[in-house]
Design a protein around this ligand. Structure first.
Ligand code: IVH
Length: 707
């Protein structure tokens, strides 16, 4: 991001003007972040502004005023929540923004200096833990009972959120084996990523606004005025420190203190360790960085604390922060950038996904220039348009996404302060929403009609395997490691093969000869041979892998396995009716219909046959017990006299085939078997529109052609 240099670099009036502008903007954004839990800019952007302000104040201490945003911890008591004065102030923690190993070394050097340690003295022992991205909470236990929970607020006074915190199942209302008159435990309330995703999925389903990130959602929830609403937000907690303590003897180290707190029933994160000196801290920082994406929750760094409580006391505090602790950050997972364009990507099932083309930005440890916008409705909800300043997020394995745009008021605020981060921001307010992007009515790849499913939100290309984009995706899916596993058949090769017209269908891939492959551009003979070998190797596969590889909508790995187990053989799956498919564990009507429709289509059956002809093979098994019974789940009613079977015989045969035989006709009845002199049951069946069959029809069903 370029910040226009409105002020000449070292003339005092210009620097002073910048200082006032920064104070104003930092104050505004601080309010949005701490008080409203609705930040307008990413945290990294806020940090940058805050640090610039700190730097000017450090150079000109005479300019520091008590009301500067740097002089307070941030946060303000909300109306509606009762204020709580902390017995022991909830301090802030110094942040080491150098995300390299240097950050840990600088901290260790400061500690050693403050403790007057010399070179030959042994390394300082530290407790290293994660820096959870949530909201700090003080839990006050008296005689082992939770009596109060409070937010940090401005550090001196927080808000009473006891009722809300009581809804968090992980937080014990009574401690195990501790009846100290006072024990205050401090820690972080946060939301797990999977809980956050599930919550947003629910919001989408309801057509409600989605939440931006787990941190703000957790912070917003805990300060709700209605505890019933809080209870619907899945919150979690980790303890990491103490507040006031009376009548409990402190252990000698921070690590032992955490163990003790854990033994009382409070959650303490397992990702913690005792580290020796700067080298130990650096190793911890590296190890956690490697795991960061796989953690089930967001962190924005790690925290180092001098382990010995005696040394902590000796080190003491600066104005706002202890000298014995530091937060060592990682690269931010949310950044601000510009939305340059929107392109449409066509997926395996033909789904058209709007993809944001971004001004490249370093986020979550890599440079990101594409991010998903999910669909038109998400775009509308987030109100993003080409040209906007947007917040891009990359956390965990999730593909980068646009979480929102920087509101024009924020943009205006920054601009007014001479800090224009807004580039091409549009001046006018955006009501009503006028998109400058439309979903196309034809597929951008193959030109087939694109249409929205009834009641659905996604647009799909109707070209099927005629569409090169879908064909490519289908091939990549089939070749996937968890499907048929064709090593080396990746993006680039598939692009080359399809775009060059070398392969049209999936079976064509298996017909590729060494010569055809070797004649491709940038393909060495050795690589061509490797592909040929990989194709050969992939032919010996398993039924679940093959089914999964076909890319039938709604059929993931688990469903593929269930289908294979239930039917045993591919032909049985291909010929199964929707009704029969419904007997497979976890297959519901939508999945059953999707499978049935897939195999009804001649070209799909041809693909399967050709693959078999190319030599693809797998072991087949016997159908499961449930699959052998053709009439499982069906209810029959018998009425009248059948020509050859007695009523008892018919009943036995039906039950042996898995059917239920009932005494009276209802809407739940699937078939009425009627003989001569059938009475009121037949009338009832006609009235309800229930299928009526005779003995021949019954025999046909028992023959296994149910459905
Ligand atoms: S210790 C005196 N440990 O980071 C030290 N804080 O300003 C008090 N945080 O909002 C903080 N993880 O909520 C500590 N393992 C951890 C932490 C942690 C996250 C938060 C804390 C506070 C901020 C520190």
């Amino acid at each position: 991001m370029t910040t226009p240099d409105l002020f000449a670099s070292d003339t005092t009036p210009a620097e002073f003007a910048r200082l006032s502008a920064l104070r104003h903007v930092v104050h505004q954004h601080g309010h949005h972040y701490y008080v409203l839990d609705a930040p307008l800019i990413p945290d990294a952007e806020y940090d940058r502004l805050f640090q610039e302000l700190q730097a000017i104040e450090a150079a000109h201490p005479e300019w520091v005023t008590p009301d500067s945003p740097t002089q307070r911890v941030g946060g303000k008591v909300l109306d509606g929540l009762a204020p709580v004065r902390h017995a022991v102030p909830m301090l802030s923690i110094e942040t080491e923004t150098d995300t390299t190993a240097q950050g840990a070394q600088d901290f260790d050097a400061r500690v050693r200096k403050a403790l007057a340690l010399q070179e030959p003295d042994p390394p300082v022992q530290y407790a290293a833990e994660l820096k959870f991205d949530g909201l700090a909470i003080n839990l006050r236990y008296e005689h082992g009972v939770l009596v109060q929970a409070a937010t940090r607020g401005d550090g001196e006074t927080g808000e009473d959120v006891t009722q809300n915190v009581r809804t968090i199942g992980q937080i014990p209302l009574r401690l195990d084996g501790c009846d100290a008159p006072v024990l205050e435990v401090r820690g972080e309330v946060y939301m797990r990523r999977d809980d956050f995703e599930a919550l947003n999925a629910k919001q989408r389903e309801k057509g409600d606004k989605t939440f931006i990130n787990p941190r703000n959602t957790a912070a917003g929830a805990i300060r709700q005025l209605d505890p019933a609403l809080v209870a619907q937000r899945p919150l979690s907690f980790f303890a990491y420190g103490l507040g006031e303590v009376q009548g409990w003897s402190l252990p000698s180290t921070h690590a032992q203190m955490l163990d003790a707190v854990q033994a009382m029933g409070l959650p303490v994160c397992v990702e913690r360790s005792v580290a020796q000196g700067a080298a130990g801290l650096t190793a911890f920082h590296d190890a956690v960085r490697a795991k960061r994406d796989a953690l089930p929750f967001d962190i924005d760094g790690v925290v180092y604390k001098v382990n010995s409580l005696a040394l902590q006391q000796q080190l003491g505090f600066k104005t706002r922060e202890p000298r014995w602790a530091v937060a060592h950050k990682y690269p931010a997972q949310e950044m601000l950038t510009r939305l340059n364009d929107i392109e449409i990507q066509v997926g395996r099932t033909g789904k058209l996904t709007p993809v944001a083309k971004l001004e490249p930005v370093f986020v979550g440890g890599t440079t990101v220039s594409n991010a998903t916008l999910h669909n038109l409705f998400e775009m509308r909800r987030k109100d993003v348009r080409v040209g906007d300043r947007v917040i891009v997020r990359r956390a965990g394995d999730v593909i980068p996404e646009i979480v929102g745009r920087v509101a024009s008021s924020a943009a205006a605020g920054l601009a007014a302060a001479g800090l224009s981060a807004t580039g091409a921001s549009r001046p006018a307010p955006r009501v009503p929403y006028v998109p400058n992007f439309r979903m196309p009515h034809v597929c951008p790849v193959c030109g087939s009609r694109a249409e929205r499913e009834k009641g659905g939100i996604d647009y799909r290309c109707t070209g099927g395997l005629f569409c090169p984009a879908q064909r490519k995706q289908a091939m990549l899916h089939f070749a996937h490691r968890r499907a048929v596993d064709i090593e080396g058949l990746g993006d680039k090769l598939v692009d080359q093969l399809v775009d060059g017209g070398v392969v049209k269908t999936l079976p064509d891939v298996y017909r590729l000869g060494l010569t055809a492959l070797a004649s491709l551009e940038r393909m060495a003979d050795k690589s061509a041979q490797n592909i040929v070998d990989a194709l050969e190797k992939s032919k010996q596969t398993t039924l679940p892998r093959f089914i999964f590889g076909l890319g039938i909508r709604h059929v993931g790995e688990a469903t593929a396995k269930a289908l294979a187990r239930h039917f045993g053989k591919l032909d049985a799956i291909m010929d199964a009716s929707e009704e029969q498919l419904l007997h497979v564990p976890d297959v519901g009507p939508i999945v059953a219909q999707s499978i049935h429709t897939f195999f009804q289509q001649t070209h799909n059956r041809e693909v399967v046959e050709q693959l078999r002809a190319c030599g693809l093979r797998w072991e087949e098994g016997e159908p499961s017990e449930a699959a052998r019974l053709p009439l499982v789940g069906k209810t029959f009613v018998l009425t009248g006299t059948l020509p050859t079977l007695s009523r008892e015989q018919a009943k036995e045969m039906l039950e042996a085939a898995g059917a239920k035989v009932a005494g009276s006709v209802s809407k739940k009845t699937d078939y009425v078997v009627a003989g001569v002199q059938a009475g009121s049951k037949l009338d009832k069946a006609r009235e309800l529109g229930v299928a009526v069959i005779d003995e021949a029809g019954l025999q046909a069903l028992l023959g296994g052609t149910a459905g």
